[in-house]
Design a protein around this ligand. Structure first.
Ligand code: ADP
Length: 902
């Protein structure tokens, strides 16, 4: 221990000198020589204390006054012999703190500690302390120091000034604060001090009210720190500060009130908007319904035009109101997301297809690119996702005049999120407006003479919906070049991992496919899709390039051509290629945009086997390729892919003669969705005019139309055909809204080739078109979807003659029926589409038992419209709901009341 200690002592910043009982130096460390270099020569073991002191004093003493020198030596030697003595000694280069103690053997040990640095610290602290006091005064921070043991509270002048009191004493007691603290806050202070004394929280602060001299309470921030505790752990001393925070507290209270008021105002606004939308919608339904009824009556041309305008205006107004209602719901946080499994690719096709005719009309390519690794089944709120994508694609279409629109979906690497991106080559959005467009009611062009319609709410709603789905909608845009809206969503992939592998049978792998399309993006997409299937696509961007290519490479069992290309279109190219012997056995597939007429006979003659509608779904393409090579469906493919998509060459040019706007729109929409092109005639006269100009594959003829009804027009067409044998037989399908018993037979006897009763459904349309065009099926009486009610006798048959059962069930049904109809109406008005679907479905099942086929058909359409988020159609269908349900109710009531006995 001593061996370790002795050298260590030399490094201590202190000199140690040890004397024995005879005052002789017996030990010292190296620091003694360093601190006292003037006595270095005499500083040796054995020297007496007195001699050492004398030598030290003499070295520094420059006077000749020997007497004085001796007395200095004596005084120092005497002090150095004292027990427990201490003093501070200032040497030229350092300051020493000297402590002297007696040892048990009668000797002494003196310790000379260098405190030069310590003095610096002390000075600095002192300086800081003074500065702090100054700053505290000027920044109105009161300082306090409480000696708890003696209960003495010292406070700075500013402390008293903060409370408005003059100084009447130097020392106060804790009573000063205790008496002035607000009664409700006293406990806070006591608790804090208690916690602090338990060392749990030695530093504390609290906001308390203290009574000012002026009689008002002021808010103070009291901060403190326990600076010492007694041995028993009691508080000995607490120091701290006090600041007046009344202004801050008042501002906080004010901003809290303002925030609450703003929130209340916002909620009131949203509620008002919701109520207003609801209130406006009700009379608007009246306007729409009445306008529709009016259009069904006999009108002059002029009147018809006027009412049509009323109808169209009402519809766009309804659309705006829908936006507002949706927006207010988002604002009020009333939208709840619904999770369900859905299949992504058909879902995207459903969204895109209705935009195709519009895109074709504007000569814009509308493309879909879903990466191969994006799963087939997803789980999420597809209704809301549809709403967002619809908005983005419809904006892209609205603001693009040439070029292309691309909807791209891909997996974000390592991240389990899906990226949705809608890119267009449209007018773009200036930098400074890009943030603005996500705000409500804002549009880039806010002038009153705007070129593009809209509410400026679509993007706001979309952005909020994306946010609710845990994403962020962002835009990148260059004016004049285009815009890209994108967002990523954390889509949990459904546990129904129904991913079908789209790889062709081994013998087809590596087959060369020629793809010709002028659009580079579409070429890339086709290339990716074909490659993913294991084929070898070769892509060129024009007919001319294709022709020069086949001079050197003509091994193309499959050739895919875009119908619309500049210079040489797909049909001309197909004509040229199909004439070459090398391609006699090749399969030609045309890629067409919806709505474009395809002359099927001519195409067949060219050897074109299939027409695929853009955007092309990979699974559809796969199906067609398998079919074209093997002549059969690939078993791995889902059945529904075959319908309602045209899977072979059956795109017809159709003339629809129909005077009712809603029915017109519906039928055109359905026919377009089925891949046909459709022109519209408003009456029989127009049918005859149009037939003069164009050859139609098929005519749908409404029986009741103004000016010239369908029966008359058909009769004239048949007369012409019989007088001019060169004329082809026009295929005409009758449409009737008032299907009475025997209507069907009437139609078939009066020159119609087919018959369809309204309301028409897509499936019925497709079946009837297929039937008349192929003439494969014989006409059989169909269930009558126009039947509103059943007579008792027929109804009774449904219950196998059990009158009691019929009456009982009818009774139960009509008891609940009005409520269910009311619920459905409310859900339609409130846009609760999930409830609409459920309620319509439930009601449909119940109603079908009572023979009200028309109502069943209506409910089915309502359910479908709700699923498609087609609000306009929903409103149109809802108009029919009331009269129909009323009539059914009345007829069933009669059955129940009459006590029908069979
Ligand atoms: P609106 O109903 O007016 O279209 P939105 O909220 O959907 O409302 O869009 C707001 C505005 O943002 C539009 O009026 C338009 O000025 C601009 N905008 C949106 N999408 C595009 C786009 N793809 N290209 C150019 N401008 C766009």
């Amino acid at each position: 221990m001593t061996e370790l200690l002795t050298p260590a002592l030399d490094h201590l910043n202190a000199a140690i000198l040890v004397y024995d009982a005879d005052d002789r130096l017996i030990a010292f460390n190296q620091k003694a020589i360093e601190f006292y270099p003037e006595v270095k020569d005499v500083l040796k073991v054995g020297i007496t204390l007195h001699d050492l002191v004398a030598s030290f004093i003499s070295a520094g003493y420059i006077s000749d006054d020997t007497e004085n020198r001796q007395s200095l030596i004596d005084a120092m030697a005497k002090r150095s012999r004292l027990d427990s003595h201490y003093e501070v000694r200032q040497l030229p280069d350092r300051k020493l703190f000297i402590q002297i103690s007696h040892t048990p053997d009668g000797g002494r040990v003196s310790l000379h500690t260098d405190i030069t640095r310590y003095s610096e610290v002390l000075n600095s602290r002192k300086q800081l302390h003074e500065d702090f006091l100054l700053i505290a005064e000027s920044t109105h921070i009161g300082i306090w120091d409480w000696n708890a043991r003696e209960d003495i509270l010292q406070v700075s002048d500013i402390f008293l000034a903060l409370l408005g009191y003059p100084r009447i004493a130097w020392n106060y007691s804790s009573n000063l604060l205790a008496a002035l603290t607000h009664p409700d806050d006293r406990e806070t202070v006591t608790n804090l001090l208690h916690a602090a004394s338990n060392q749990r929280l030695p530093i504390f602060d609290c906001e308390i009210r203290i009574l000012h001299f002026d009689g008002h309470y002021r808010w103070m921030l009291l901060s403190g720190q326990i600076s010492s505790l007694t041995i028993e752990g009691k508080i000995e001393r607490v120091i701290g500060t006090m600041q007046d925070i009344t202004n801050r507290k008042e501002a906080e209270a004010f901003s809290r009130q303002s925030a609450a008021a703003a929130q209340a105002a916002n909620e009131a606004k949203s509620l008002f908007l919701a109520n207003m939308s609801h209130e406006i919608r009700t009379p608007m339904n009246g306007i729409l319904g009445m306008a529709q009824l009016c259009l069904d009556t006999k009108l002059t041309h002029e009147q018809h035009d006027y009412i049509t305008m009323v109808y169209n205006s009402a519809r766009s107004l309804l659309h705006i109101i829908d936006d507002i209602l949706d927006f207010s719901k988002v604002e009020a946080g009333k939208i709840v997301l619904n999770e369900e499994d859905f299949e992504l690719r058909p879902f995207i096709q459903e969204i895109i297809r209705p935009f195709m005719p519009g895109a074709t009309e504007k000569n814009i390519e509308l493309l879909v690119d879903i990466s191969q690794d994006v799963p087939q089944m997803l789980r999420g709120d597809n209704l809301r996702l549809r709403q967002v994508l619809n908005n983005l694609v419809s904006n892209a279409l609205k603001f693009t005049h040439h070029g292309e629109i691309l909807l791209k979906i891909s997996l974000v690497p390592h991240n389990d999120r899906l990226l949705f991106l809608v890119h267009d080559t449209g007018i773009g959005i200036p930098d400074e407006k890009q943030k603005l467009i996500f705000e409500s009611f804002s549009q880039v062009d806010a002038s009153t003479t705007r070129k593009y319609g809209g509410t400026g709410l679509g993007l706001t709603i979309s952005a909020r919906l994306v946010e609710m789905m845990e994403g962020k909608l962002v835009v990148e845009s260059v004016p004049g070049e285009g815009s890209t809206f994108s967002f990523t969503l954390p889509f949990p992939f459904s546990c129904h991992t129904d991913v079908r592998s789209l790889v062709l049978p081994a013998e087809l792998l590596g087959t060369q496919v020629l793809v010709v399309d002028d659009n580079a993006t579409n070429l890339r997409l086709m290339k990716d899709m074909l490659r993913n299937m294991g084929l070898r696509p070769i892509t060129v961007s024009s007919g001319a390039l294709a022709l020069s290519l086949v001079e050197s490479n003509s091994d193309f069992p499959l050739i895919m051509l875009d119908v619309q290309m500049p210079d040489m279109d797909g049909v001309s190219l197909a004509t040229t290629l199909s004439a070459m012997p090398a391609f006699h056995n090749s399969t030609f597939i045309m890629l067409s945009s919806m709505g474009r007429a395809m002359d099927s006979t001519a195409l067949t003659a060219l050897g074109v086997s299939y027409v695929l509608s853009k955007p092309i779904a990979q699974s559809e393409l796969f199906n067609i390729i398998v079919k074209s090579f093997t002549g059969k469906h690939c078993p791995a493919l889902p059945e529904e892919l075959a319908t309602p998509q045209p899977d072979s060459l059956d795109a017809y040019r159709i003339l629809l003669a129909e005077d009712n706007l809603v029915n017109q729109k519906l039928a055109v929409n359905f026919l377009n969705k089925l891949g046909h092109q459709c022109d519209v005639a408003n009456n029989g006269m127009e049918v005859l005019e149009k037939l003069d100009e164009t050859d139609y594959d098929l005519i749908f003829m409404d029986l009741q139309m103004p000016e010239m009804d369908g029966g008359k027009a058909t009769q004239i067409i048949r007369d012409m055909e019989s007088h001019q044998p060169a004329l082809q037989h026009h295929i005409i399908i009758a449409l009737t809204a008032h299907a009475m018993q025997g209507d069907r037979e009437y139609c078939l006897q009066h020159g119609f080739d087919g018959y369809l009763a309204k309301p028409i459904t897509m499936k019925a349309l497709q079946q009837e078109i297929h039937r008349v065009m192929t003439q494969e099926q014989k006409l059989t009486p169909l269930p009558d979807p126009t039947r509103e009610t059943m007579d008792e006798q027929t109804l009774l048959q449904r219950f196998y003659g059990d009158t009691a059962l019929m009456k009982e069930l009818s009774g139960i049904f009509i008891q609940r029926f009005p409520d269910s109809i009311a619920t459905l109406h409310t859900a339609i008005n409130e846009r609760e589409l999930q409830t609409v679907q459920q309620e319509a479905h439930k009601l449909r099942g119940e109603s079908s038992n009572f023979g009200c086929d028309k109502l069943v058909a209506l409910l089915q359409q309502i359910e479908h419209a709700a699923r498609q988020h087609d609000l306009t159609q929903l409103d149109e269908l809802a108009i029919e709901l009331k009269p129909l349900s009323f009539r059914l109710l009345k007829s069933l009531q009669t059955i129940v009341d009459n006590g029908y006995t069979g």
